[in-house]
Design a protein around this ligand. Structure first.
Ligand code: ADP
Length: 650
């Protein structure tokens, strides 16, 4: 049974020898690694597509809510127009145009008007006489007097016309201060119309002209800013051409100005209302509707209702709708883009093209635009999936690592088992061989003696000595094996007692010298005369030193001397056994202390041995709480040093 096991293990060991061993590890790890890798990849893919699906569902639901809120908001706008409102709703502009009036709420929300009610202005003849002095007779002084008189007229519109003309003549005659006073007075007439324009506007404009003429640039800039602000805040209702002309003029005086968002918004609302006005006048627009218009590149949302007497319109930007979206909880997590029928952007920014987004066309929703909704932060949306992916990959890597480690350690363990099996079988062979030689000798000599084939007494004596030596060798072998068995099994009972190491070593050396003297071997001992006390099992320690001496002689076939040195080294006692033998390569310095291990030197198999000598030595030294060291180089000899703790003197 054991033989079969040994054969199989032998075959397996040979089969598993490197590099096949590596291939086996590779195969055992690779197959589950590929399977595990594939499964992990599938898992990651599935997880990612699930995360995408969830994000898409979330977008769908936000999109539906946005559509619902927008529809509700639009119908609110419509029903508000239908209810003939008097007040605008927040963020909307209410315009009510009747036969002779256009009412804008909040006032000034439109930068210009499509029409203006005609204001009663004085007939041109009122100023005919005074203008005769100015233009025909070229007598500005007289003209000034005439206009001054008219400037005290009870009618505000006559006063306004007179003051404007008075200022002009004063300017012509270089009386700039007086001209300025005339314009100040004109300004106080506020919205009284002169030539279709409010008196205050004309006064401000004239003041600017005056300051320009006087070269007072900083004052001009200040005055022009006031003028500009009045215009852009909608202080005066103006027609488009007048608004544009005067605002350009003001900007020129200011030395340039970039139109603000608010100004552009007012222009867009004014443009949208102008369009609605024209449509309603031409009867081209339905009596009630809502529409999104793009005016000067800005979208305006219009809801209106009209009859021949009255046009009610609510105007607003798309922010009106957007504001309603903000009530939706998930709104911050999405990005919304509104485009009109032509595909131009009404509001928002396009979601990242590569990331998933959902579309709601105006056909689907009944809204005047197409909605495109994507995630505001697609990377963050997939962050959870990315974290899980890292987890999967980490788990996979760990499993693979564990698998590789398990495979490696299993194979190493198998390898070790096989090596032990090999060592054991080598050991059995070596022991058998060790027994066979002395046994054969004993049998041969005892047979010769029995059969009286040894003629002389001297030869017989030699035979007896030989028998004795071989018997001793056998006994030593058997004792070694028995001791090894006991020591290995932990059954050996050490008897520690204080010992003089010098005495002990001298004793062992003397006995050993006696044994090897016939072979011409000399043991040189160097020991200090003083007593070196250790706590030791004399017999066990003696056996250890004997084994080391035996090895030193055995493995020094070409040298007749071995050296023993006993020395105190700080707290330790060093017993050094040195030879000039075959030596041991460095890679085997550790291995040789393992049981059954014999050196790889080609000379070793020629030398008798079982590979248990040093294992016994190490056991004994360790039991004495000591250490054993080897220094050796091939062909240069070896030194084994046993270090034992010294006993402290009591
Ligand atoms: P054995 O001597 O029976 O083979 P040991 O355990 O005593 O077993 O020694 C193990 C191995 O260590 C030996 O086979 C030999 O290769 C090596 N060895 C031990 N002592 C020496 C030495 N003094 N010089 C060279 N090699 C040695």
């Amino acid at each position: 049974m054991r033989r079969v096991y040994l054969n199989v293990s032998m075959w397996f060991r040979q089969w598993l020898a490197p590099p096949r061993q590596l291939l086996v590890v590779f195969a055992i790890t690779l197959i589950p690694a590929v399977a595990g890798g594939w499964l992990t990849w599938r898992l990651i893919e599935q997880d990612r597509s699930l995360a995408r699906q969830r994000n898409l569902e979330n977008l769908e639901s936000v999109a539906d809510r946005i559509v619902a809120v927008s529809q509700q908001r639009l119908s609110e706008l419509e029903s508000r127009v239908a209810a003939l409102p008097t007040e605008p709703k927040e963020r909307t502009v209410l315009v009510i145009a009747q036969r002779d009036s256009i009412e804008v709420n909040p006032s000034g929300a439109l930068s210009y008007y499509p029409v203006l009610p005609s204001a009663g202005e004085p007939p041109p003849a009122t100023f005919a006489e005074a203008e005769k002095f100015e233009f025909q007779l070229n007598d500005p002084m007289k003209a000034i007097d005439a206009f001054r008189a008219l400037a005290r007229h009870p009618s505000a519109s006559v006063r306004a016309g007179a003051l404007l003309r008075l200022g002009r003549n004063l300017r012509k005659t270089g009386q700039l201060e007086s001209a300025m006073q005339a314009y100040d007075e004109l300004a106080r007439l506020g919205s009284t119309r002169v030539a279709g324009l409010p008196a205050a506007l004309l006064a401000e404009e004239a003041r600017c002209t005056l300051l320009e003429q006087a070269g007072k640039n900083s004052e001009l800039a200040r005055e022009a800013r006031l003028f500009h602000d009045d215009l852009s805040n909608g202080r005066w209702p103006l027609l488009r051409a007048a608004y544009r002309f005067h605002i350009e003029e003001a900007r020129r005086w200011m030395g340039g100005h970039t139109e603000t968002e608010r100004e552009r918004g007012r222009n867009a609302l004014a443009g949208a209302f102008e369009w609605l006005w024209q449509q309603s006048k031409a009867g081209a627009a339905p009596a009630r509707q809502q529409k999104i218009l793009s005016v000067e590149g800005r979208p305006v949302l219009l809801a209106w209702r009209y009859n021949p007497d009255r046009l009610v319109a609510l105007l607003t930007g798309p922010e009106y709708i957007e504001q309603a979206w903000r009530r939706i909880g998930d709104f911050q997590s999405v990005r919304v883009l509104l485009t009109d029928a032509d595909g131009s952007v009404v509001l928002g920014a396009a979601p990242d093209g590569a990331s998933p987004h959902v579309i709601r066309t105006s056909d689907m929703t009944g809204l005047p635009w197409t909605l495109r909704i994507g995630s505001a932060n697609p990377i963050r949306d997939l962050a959870g999936a990315a974290a899980r992916r890292r987890l999967f990959l980490g788990g996979f890597a760990l499993t693979m690592l564990a698998l590789a480690a398990a495979t490696y350690f299993s194979l190493r363990a198998i390898g070790r088992e096989l090596a032990v099996a090999r060592l054991q079988s080598d050991f059995v062979a070596a022991v058998s061989h060790e027994f066979r030689t002395p046994l054969t000798a004993v049998r041969q000599f005892s047979e010769m003696l029995m059969k009286g084939r040894v003629p002389t007494e001297e030869l017989r004596q030699q035979c007896y000595q030989l028998l004795d030596r071989e018997g001793e060798r056998l006994q030593k072998l058997v004792e070694d094996l028995l001791d090894f068995g006991r020591i290995e099994a932990g059954r050996y009972r050490y008897q520690f007692a204080p010992q003089d190491a010098g005495e002990l070593v001298r004793g062992v050396v003397a006995r050993f010298q006696e044994k090897v003297t016939p072979e011409g071997i000399r043991v040189e001992l160097e020991a200090p005369p003083d007593s070196l006390s250790v706590s030791a099992d004399g017999e066990a320690l003696g056996r250890a030193i004997w084994n080391l001496l035996d090895n030193a002689v055995k493995y020094s076939p070409d040298s007749q001397t071995v050296w023993v040195e006993l020395k105190r080294e700080s707290d330790s006692l060093a017993i050094r056994i040195r030879d000039r033998g075959i030596g041991i390569p460095a890679r085997e310095h550790k291995e040789i202390f393992k049981k059954f291990v014999r050196g790889s030197n080609p000379e070793v198999p020629q030398i008798k041995g079982t590979g248990i000598g040093l294992a016994i030595v190490q056991h004994i030294v360790q039991a004495h709480r000591g250490r054993i060291r080897v220094e050796s180089q091939p062909d240069r000899g070896s030194t084994f040093t046993v270090l034992l703790p010294m006993r402290r003197p009591a």
